[in-house]
Design a protein around this ligand. Structure first.
Ligand code: ADP
Ligand code: MG
Length: 373
């Protein structure tokens, strides 16, 4: 018997919907000291299941717009979740891409990646340049590309391109565009030019803190790519399209880790922004809310004109398969899911494919089921 727990997929096709993708990172034996194996596995391109801790003979099955399994490449994530929205930026429309999930689940890998495996940010920036280059003279518009890079830390807005700056205010103009007066905005002429500004600014983000991991997992890093196009003909109409690429703070529950003082204050602030974001995404996707609570946090206020409404938004929820992430995975899935279903059957370990298992001991644990390539 399958019992319906929640269903809110409701066939809501409004453009304000936030597309939700889930990406499961590969199992890492070093994250699994007790060698318990994974507790989550993909089922197909939209569904996954996780062991139900209340009753180990059951799994909970979740349904999303897209599920990216542990074998999914950076290129595949980009092609399916991000590339399709980029042409809109050249037409004066806004878009946002978020990486959500607990610290250690792959948000930065997804957004930034490495030089071997570049993530969404470098791929998206390259593609925006390619799209602009592909426009010919007959297009009738001139294009200019610019960037800003900021961080929201403790509900403070900080300019990563000008690290000495103080908390910046968020404003709305008469056309309901959200802007930050005083935030550095740099015109960029190529991908190399972008990198020249972006790389040192990324370092600003981490070296600003003594406990760099803590800080980067507690702040939201927000890259803005802006495309302004100006019509050749009179009256030289101008259109601006904004793309926000966001590596969110870790979604783990900081109250459980016994934080005190400044850390506790940070947790409260992070929880406020992420909590508000979840309320905003919920209201947009259920289509039932009277009010979308954008103004309740800095993050959602900043993204107000680029999340929901006529904007194109994608949330990539990153999860990790090891048991130590279990409760954070559960809460991330409950945030992201279109629906979930409790399924009365045991978690079938033998079909879990574990491709990345460098440690012998952990591999033995899974070989019993005859998988592992
Ligand atoms: P987060 O930013 O959510 O804290 P990271 O992106 O830093 O997480 O990922 C944690 C670790 O897992 C890093 O070492 C990262 O390289 C690795 N990792 C994350 N996702 C993947 C993936 N899909 N494939 C391979 N390695 C991954
Ligand atoms: Mg990170």
């Amino acid at each position: 018997m399958a019992q319906r727990v929640a269903a809110s997929d409701g066939g809501n096709k409004k453009t304000s919907r936030v597309r939700v993708a889930v990406r499961l990172r590969p199992y890492m034996s070093k994250q699994d000291e007790k060698s318990e194996g994974p507790c989550v596995r993909g089922l197909d391109s939209q569904n996954l299941e996780i062991i139900n801790w209340r009753n180990a003979t059951e799994t909970v099955k979740y349904h999303f717009d897209v599920f990216h399994g542990e074998q999914t490449t950076q290129q595949e994530v980009f092609l399916s979740s991000v590339k399709p929205i980029l042409p809109h930026i050249l037409k004066g429309q806004n878009a946002s891409v978020f990486a959500y999930g607990p610290t250690g689940a792959g948000k930065t890998h997804t957004m930034l990646g490495s030089s071997d495996q570049p993530g969404v940010i470098p791929r998206a920036v390259r593609e925006v340049f390619n799209l602009v280059k592909a426009k010919d003279e007959d297009d009738g518009w001139d294009y200019s590309i610019g960037m800003s890079y900021l961080e929201i830390y403790n509900e403070k807005v900080l300019d990563l391109l000008l690290p000495s700056s103080q908390d910046l205010p968020i404003r709305e103009d008469k056309d309901k565009n959200i802007l930050i007066p005083g935030l550095t905005h740099t015109t960029i002429s190529s991908f190399a030019d972008f990198d020249k500004h972006f790389v040192p600014a990324s370092l600003n983000r981490t070296t600003a803190s003594t406990k760099l991991n803590q800080r980067s997992s507690r702040s939201h890093a927000i890259l803005l790519i802006k495309v302004v196009r100006t019509e050749h003909a009179l009256p030289h109409r101008q259109q601006t399209g904004k793309l926000y690429l966001v590596d969110l703070a870790g979604s783990e529950d900081n109250r459980r880790t016994g934080n005190q003082g400044i850390r506790l204050k940070e947790s409260g602030a992070i929880n406020l922004s992420l909590f508000t974001l979840s309320k905003v995404v919920d209201s947009l996707n259920s289509g039932t809310a009277i009010r979308v609570p954008y103004r309740d946090s800095k993050l959602t206020r900043l993204l107000q004109d680029s999340l929901g409404g006529s904007a194109h938004s994608v949330m990539i929820t990153n999860i990790a398969p090891e048991y130590k992430y279990y409760f954070d995975t559960f809460s991330a899935l409950n945030f992201a899911a279109k629906s979930k279903l409790i399924v009365n059957k045991p978690f079938t370990r033998e079909t879990v494919a574990v491709p990345v298992l460098p440690v012998k001991r952990a591999r033995d644990d899974h070989e019993a089921g005859g998988s592992g390539t």
